[in-house]
Design a protein around this ligand. Structure first.
Ligand SMILES: [Zn+2]
Ligand SMILES: [Zn+2]
Length: 233
């Protein structure tokens, strides 16, 4: 076999007879400790490394050494500490892509709502995977927006569209109208409020309008309507 590969491996894929420290044993060792087993016949290396959790990595191309030192936050010492790490694990992190990267991204901010339906985990995974892919496209296009902010944007953007509501009371949540909705030039219609609002949503205006924007869900006077929904250049 001529192709080289490095990847993480699940504990249940490692034979019980493999003479490497078990995950439970590795949990007790100090952070940065490494245990190594080499299969000289198949030229495969198995490494268990203790970081925040225990990581198992196999490779048929990379050597364990040199060790590099990485900076980690220690919850116990309440400061950054330096932890040693086999160089090829860092190499794997730097070059991993595709499925591994997707799994890692999804795991960061997985949908945490639990349901009893059998299909729920698959369904919520599809949403997570779709959002992850959209985020990658968004990043490739223009921005450095973190995944968490991207997910927040989605959560903010869609509910107001599904249920437009114009508030007449003191404007408390006007900051919830995110720019992507406010300036999208689509479906911003005047709606009568039936009552005079507390204040126009345009911060520079002090009038009390009796109509508002249906999509943004904020009170607006007629003269402020365009100003509010057009991005200032
Ligand atoms: Zn609007
Ligand atoms: Zn106004």
């Amino acid at each position: 076999m001529n192709s080289g590969a490095t990847g993480t491996i699940r504990d249940n894929r490692i034979l019980k007879t493999c003479p490497i420290n078990s995950t439970n044993e590795m949990k007790k060792v100090p952070r940065g400790d490494t245990d190594v087993v080499v299969d000289n016949i198949h030229k495969i290396l198995l490494v268990r490394w203790k970081d925040n959790a225990v990581v198992s990595v196999v490779s048929n191309i990379s050597p364990v050494y040199p060790l590099e030192s990485v900076s980690r936050w220690s919850a116990k010492d309440k400061k950054k500490i330096s932890v040693s790490r086999p160089y090829f694990i860092g190499d794997y992190n730097r070059h991993m892509d595709g499925t591994d990267r997707m799994d890692q991204n999804i795991n960061c901010y997985r949908i945490s709502i639990r349901m009893k339906n059998w299909w729920w985990p698959t369904f919520s995974w599809v949403i997570d995977a779709t959002i992850q892919n959209c985020w990658l496209l968004h990043r490739a296009d223009e921005s450095n927006l973190p995944l968490l902010s991207f997910k927040r944007y989605i959560a903010w953007t869609y509910p107001p569209q599904a249920e437009p509501r114009v508030g007449i009371g003191r404007p408390r949540q006007s900051s919830r109208v995110i720019p992507d909705v406010r300036y999208d030039n689509n479906g911003h219609l005047v709606e009568p409020l039936g009552k005079q609002a507390w204040k126009c949503a345009l911060s520079s205006c002090k009038s009390r309008p009796s109509q508002g924007c249906m999509k943004c869900g904020v009170p607006l006077c007629v003269k402020c309507f365009v100003k509010y929904n057009r991005r200032a250049l």
